[in-house]
Design a protein around this ligand. Structure first.
Ligand code: HEC
Ligand code: HEC
Length: 253
């Protein structure tokens, strides 16, 4: 009985307290956002603008503007997100990622022998560089070669390049595919290597190393004629390439 009556009193008080505030909001400014209730990593009294700025940094670092923005991690839909809810697995992962980033930063002084003030602070973007799953381009393409063949990898490169060229997400420089071609030849996949090296030559027709790598792939296939052709191209583009010159002399013997 006692408990019930005190509950009634509490209810009465809250009603009294909230009424004027509610009346005010209907006539003037929009309702202030509710206080934050589920901060587990950041200090609970962090000012809201600071949290929101950090969150905008997350959206940027993971490049999820067009993948839901805040909704990539938060339940609900704009503009009525339930920021406090932990319904989305991405939010739970993100919380652990904050802690992981701190742990790595904390280890750096020991690992590098530098004072704590001098080491790099690990941020989301240090790894993510504008993508939610930060995988390096050669690794993405190698997986595709292994699963779907080199034609699928060629198409994937074109698509990623269209979407991300000029962003920090992936290395589309002339050396990236040339290096991958070299690795595929070393892994005894000269045909896959050639598909990607030909693609590189399409974007970078004057990159000598690409033709050098093609020559290596043809040699792996015992295709002497095409190996010579590509070595000649490499030497033509870079007359100082002694290695290509030597290989050319050997092949022509
Ligand atoms: C990559 C995932 C991710 C994205 C994207 C993200 N958030 Fe968050 N958000 C989190 C995590 C994790 C927490 C919890 C932090 C903690 O526990 O201290 C959080 C907490 C919050 C909170 C506090 C909620 C409460 O009551 O405890 C607010 C407000 C918030 N986010 C707003 C935003 C806004 C606005 C955006 C878009 C600009 C956004 N978030 C985008 C991961 C994300
Ligand atoms: C040391 C590197 C590193 C740092 C720093 C880092 N992440 Fe990650 N994060 C990764 C990797 C790698 C993955 C992908 C794991 C996988 O293979 O699925 C990932 C995945 C995620 C995912 C899941 C994405 C999905 O769609 O599955 C979220 C969310 C995320 N990170 C948020 C963050 C946030 C927020 C920060 C900064 C507080 C951060 N990460 C910092 C490496 C990092």
């Amino acid at each position: 009985m006692r408990r019930l009556s005190s509950a009634i009193v509490v209810l009465g008080i809250t009603a009294l307290v909230t009424l004027p505030a509610a009346a005010q909001t209907t006539t003037t400014a929009p309702q202030p956002p509710p206080p934050m209730t589920n901060l587990q990593v950041y200090p609970k009294d962090t000012p809201r603008p600071e949290i929101v700025a950090t969150m905008q940094g997350f959206v940027q670092a993971l490049g999820v503007q067009s993948a839901g923005g805040c909704g990539y991690c938060h339940a609900g839909t704009a503009p009525t997100f339930d920021f406090a809810a932990d319904a989305k697995p991405t939010k739970t992962v993100a919380r652990k990622m904050i802690l992981m980033s701190r742990e790595i930063t904390a280890k750096l002084p020991d690992v590098t022998g530098k004072p704590a003030a001098d080491v790099t602070r690990i941020r989301c973007a240090t790894c993510h560089r504008g993508v939610a799953i930060p995988k390096l381009l050669p690794d993405i393409l190698t997986e595709t070669v292994n699963k779907g063949g080199s034609a699928a990898a060629v198409q994937q490169y074109r698509d990623l390049r269209k979407q991300y060229y000029g962003a920090q997400a992936y290395d589309f420089s002339e050396n990236a595919l040339a290096f991958l071609g070299q690795q595929l030849t070393a892994a005894n996949k000269p045909d896959d290597a050639l598909a990607l090296l030909q693609l590189n030559a399409e974007y970078y027709p004057n990159h000598p190393a690409t033709y050098g790598m093609m020559a290596q792939a043809y040699m792996r296939k015992n295709d002497k004629e095409n190996a010579i052709k590509n070595l000649e191209k490499a030497v033509q583009l870079d007359p100082n390439n002694q290695q290509a010159k030597r290989q050319l002399e050997q092949l022509k013997k």
